[in-house]
Design a protein around this ligand. Sequence first.
Ligand SMILES: [Fe+2]
Ligand SMILES: [Fe+2]
Length: 212
Amino acid sequence: MDAISLLKQDHRNVAGLVEQFEKTGGKAFKTKGTLIGKLTVELVRHMAVEEQLFYPMARERLGDEGEHMTLEALEEHHLVKVLLKELEGMEPTSERYEAKVTVLKDVFEHHVHEEEEQLFPMAQKKLTKTELAELGERLEAKKKTAPSRPDPYASDVPTRRRPAAERGRITATAAAARTTKTGRGTKTTVAGKRTTTTAAKSSASRSRPKKR
Ligand SMILES: [Fe+2]
Ligand SMILES: [Fe+2]
């Protein structure tokens, strides 16, 4: 599944759980708690993979507008995590529980609207179908190990270097440019794959500090 379809599917799953919550009777507190538990896992994983893979791509590839939208999106994720964390520590019988879910729904819907109407279409314009498919595969794989409990104060940007696939894409592009210029290089690949281009190898070795 391509990245955009996968992220939209996550949005639908969360919206479905909110809808179920709203249809649940006023005194069915156990069911309400179970639904919010499922929603928390689904939403926290979704936000984590966006933060680790999709947003870094947006900041790198979608220009100033992509950067601006992503920074706002991170703040909205933060608010969502605060609300989820508070819900996690509350009994569904609390008089504040339902009101908190309502506010969560409002923030979530606003956020989804901006992603689906602005950020995702920008990505669909800038990235090729192959790149979106590869990003989708990586998002799907990342979801399997992504955190499922909300932590509003944990880092929400990648702590390591750009993902290997992204590095490969840039390297391949740079190597292709060099190959055209110098005639060196043997092979370039599509986004997401490492290149074995001679120019890329020599570039990589140049960037490594020499052992003494
Ligand atoms: Fe999203
Ligand atoms: Fe998001």
